[in-house]
Design a protein around this ligand. Structure first.
Ligand code: FAD
Length: 467
């Protein structure tokens, strides 16, 4: 027998976009139901994405940092790796956060219906779980996210061929591993497996790792990547993957392709994510979905159907949790009758690799493409007292200014804690700060964020005393 639930707002998907939308809608006095196929809220980000990867990266960074302390007079022994304990540590972090979400939804009286949701019409969803539930709604917010891209010529069912979700489960530490795709997710996982003892190669179709970031940033990043990866194959693609008893045989083609197939113990396929738009029966509600599975929305996150909104990975790039959260807030507020729309000046991007790479606002590449009248200034961390005292001199800070207004329009950092430091630049851009605003702000000494003030001073022509 089918249960029936009536609600003002149904949110399809309980990831960062979905739960943020649901909580904001509930806080604004609306009656809200979340439909989520898994038993915990949090979506990809909390369960198999942002959070577990950062828990593992923290472990990896601790291992890597302790190995560099010899020069400072402290020798640590070879790390003893207990995969079961590392996995348990990661799961504890996840459970703490997903448990918190469950509490927060209870506090707000947001009802969670577990099961796979599919539209029946523009006012009705069918949810298939342990029981079948019909959810009748006035408004819907689609927040059903994305999943890893699978390549047709790769035998994805072999247990030595991983996507990011598999890799986060730490099935084993391969002696020799290939990271297929030199983007953020592949490189983050590469850093984890390197610290845990794997030998790594990486293959990337484009001419640099993390193709979206500026070249000068990646030049510094490459120094560290060269110590982590035995072979960085740029402008190269994989043409064949064969799962054999002695390993995964991979054939390459392109600039850096090895002449013969290379045998790996594991291959991580990290070539991007694809939206789930074609899996929801959206057509039955009249919602327009692109051929690639994205749902088209306007600035208020409204789809082609007036009472149905969509947010997060499913509406397009960048596929990032913080973008999903902000879009979720917009959708909820518009449904509650508020005048709000999504128009951020910045959506920061961060690779939590070692070292971190972070950028916000326009990149220099984009500034060139858009024909902007800009100037980019950099400040090397080799001249930073804090960087020198903490062994973090392989880094730099870059600010991009609009030469007509002297306002900061972009920024990037590579180095330790780059992701945390990026916050100041994002805020400066959103607040329309110019070079003087940043240069005249007293930055604490010695800090890494001081380099942002110093880069602004370089632009303002006032730098006098590099510590
Ligand atoms: P999702 O998080 O994908 O949530 C969608 C939810 O909908 C899921 O829970 C799913 O089960 C549910 N669902 C889908 N279809 C149905 C259905 N038919 N019925 C019921 N439920 C359904 N982003 C960052 O910003 N920072 C990071 O550091 C970062 N690291 C990442 C690391 C990895 C390894 C990966 C894979 C991703 C990472 N991301 C990161 C990306 C981030 O996870 C996503 O951008 C974010 O989760 C998108 O949120 P969302 O709400 O759009 O969708």
């Amino acid at each position: 027998m089918s249960n029936e639930v009536k609600t003002q707002v149904v949110v399809l998907g309980g990831g960062p976009g979905g739960y943020s939308a649901a909580f904001r809608a509930a806080d604004l006095g609306l009656d809200v139901v979340i439909v989520e196929r898994y038993s915990t809220l949090g979506g990809v980000c909390l369960n198999v994405g942002c959070i577990p990867s950062k828990a593992l990266l923290h472990v990896a960074k601790t291992i890597e940092d302790s190995a560099t302390m010899g020069a400072a007079g402290v020798e640590f022994g070879k790390p003893k790796i207990d995969l079961d304990k590392i996995r348990a540590h990661k799961d504890k972090v996840i459970n703490q956060l997903t448990g918190g979400l469950s509490q927060m939804s209870k506090m707000r009286k947001v009802k969670v219906v577990n099961g796979l949701g599919e539209f029946v019409s523009a006012n009705e969803l069918k949810v298939t779980g342990e029981e079948e539930t019909t959810v009748k709604f006035e408004h819907a917010i689609i927040a059903a996210g994305s999943q890893p891209v699978k390549l047709p010529f790769i035998p994805h069912d072999d247990e030595r061929i991983w996507d990011s979700t598999d890799a986060l489960e730490l099935p084993f530490i391969p002696k020799k591993m290939l990271v297929l795709g030199g983007g953020i997710i592949g490189l983050e996982m590469g850093c984890v497996y390197k610290a845990l003892g794997a030998s790594l190669d990486v293959v990337e179709f484009m001419d640099q790792l993390i193709p979206a970031a500026d070249k000068d940033i990646i030049r510094v990043f490459n120094k560290s990547m060269k110590s982590k990866f035995d072979n960085i194959m740029l402008e190269t693609k994989v043409t064949k993957v064969e799962a054999k008893k002695d390993g995964i045989h991979v054939t390459f083609e392109g600039k850096k392709a090895p002449a013969e197939p290379v045998v790996y113990d594991a291959v991580l396929v990290a070539v991007g994510r694809t939206p789930n738009g074609n899996k929801l029966g959206a057509d039955k509600a009249g919602v327009k979905v692109t051929d690639r599975g994205f749902i088209e929305v306007d600035k208020q996150m409204r789809t082609s159907v007036k009472n149905i909104f969509a947010i997060g990975d499913i509406v397009g790039q960048p596929m990032l949790a913080h973008k999903a959260v902000h879009e979720g807030h917009v959708a909820a507020e518009v449904i509650a009758g508020k005048k709000h729309f999504f128009d951020p000046k910045v959506i920061p991007s961060i690779a939590y690799t070692d070292p971190e790479v972070a950028w916000t606002g326009v990149t220099e590449k984009e500034a060139k493409e858009q024909g902007l009248n800009y100037e980019a200034v950099t400040f090397p961390w080799a001249a930073s007292g804090r960087a020198i005292s903490s062994g973090a001199t392989d880094g730099f800070t870059k600010l991009i200014f609009d030469k007509d207004t002297d306002r900061v329009i972009g920024g990037a950092l590579v180095g330790s804690h780059a992701g945390e430091l990026l916050g100041e630049i994002s805020l400066a851009i959103e607040m329309g700060s110019d070079a003087e605003d940043i240069a005249l702000t007293v930055h604490a000494h010695p800090t890494l964020y001081e380099t942002i003030g110093q880069a602004a001073e370089v632009y303002a022509g006032s730098i006098t005393d590099i510590p």
